[in-house]
Design a protein. Structure first.
Length: 286
């Protein structure tokens, strides 16, 4: 059997994933409440944790007692800031830069975590990218491959690498999107990957539940993160970003991170294969 991937990640596209350090206004990542030890003694990997939802989740996990591996692509300044924020919460933290669309990189991340802490209890698959295109003919082969590799292939690779280390009580939380439920006229490839992620979540839950490993997902609506101005939304959409939600505004990363915490800890011990919807009040099918 040949384990070498036949599709390799193309060259990274300039401008993505985008820097939180230069974003104005700044997203709100700060945890809102004191910690209660819900992840005490746990080790977590959070991908895309340099900024946005990933940063808010990593810092919240740290506040709740977890040691956190901050995985990111290339934004060193943002990742270093996230590490500082986690350490300020009293946690141990490490940073890992690499393209998780490459299976060798995904295995290297898990190997680093196991070498550092000897265990892995929570895997948050949050890293993603999106590119707006009004015409399906404008989606290049490289873009299509790139989006699928980042958004869904990386989840397969990371779970494959993590699987030998996940024991009963472990949790996997994937990031899908409201676009999976509503569709998106200008994000055809991105929305398609999010549909795949939801199916992956439900199927992986069925696959792992007998071993005591829970798998759930979070489907955010419009959340203010660097992904949007760096390529995830057209200028026209940015001008009115989030206004179409029932709440009339975009969400903040610290309004989404508690969903990841809930699904990662024992508060959700009777939930697997489910999706939470922090989306500003939009009602979608489950």
């Amino acid at each position: 059997m040949n384990d070498t991937a036949t599709v390799r990640p193309p060259i990274h596209e300039d401008g993505l994933p985008g820097s939180e350090a230069t974003l104005d206004p700044k997203p709100e990542w700060q945890p809102r409440f004191p910690g209660s030890g819900r992840l005490k003694g746990k080790v977590a990997i959070v991908t895309g944790a340099d900024s946005g939802i990933g940063r808010a989740t990593a810092v919240l996990f740290a506040r709740e007692g977890a040691n956190v591996a901050i995985a990111y692509l290339s934004e060193d300044e943002d990742a270093s800031k996230t590490r500082e924020l986690c350490e300020a919460e009293g946690a141990e933290a490490l940073t890992f830069s690499g393209d998780l669309g490459d299976p060798e990189v995904a295995h290297a991340l898990v190997d680093l975590v196991i070498g550092e802490w000897g265990q892995l209890d929570v895997l948050v698959n949050n890293a993603g990218e999106q590119h707006p295109d009004k015409d399906i003919r404008d989606i290049t082969t490289d873009q299509l491959q790139r989006t699928f590799q980042t958004n869904i292939f990386s989840m397969f690779y990371l779970v494959q690498a993590a699987r030998p280390h996940l024991k009963s009580g472990a949790a996997i939380v994937n990031c899908t999107s409201i676009t999976m439920y509503q569709g998106s006229a200008e994000l055809l490839d991105y929305a398609s990957t999010k549909g795949a992620i939801t199916a992956f979540t439900r199927s992986l839950s069925e696959n792992l539940i007998e071993d005591g490993i829970r798998v759930n997902a979070v489907a955010p609506g419009p959340i203010w993160t660097p992904l949007n101005p760096s390529g995830g939304a057209t200028p026209e959409k940015l001008e009115h970003f989030g206004e179409s939600t029932p709440m009339g505004r975009p969400g903040q990363p610290n309004e989404v991170a508690p969903c990841f915490l809930f699904l990662a800890c024992e508060d959700s011990s009777y939930m697997s294969g489910q999706v939470l919807h922090p989306n500003g009040g939009t009602v979608v099918g489950s």
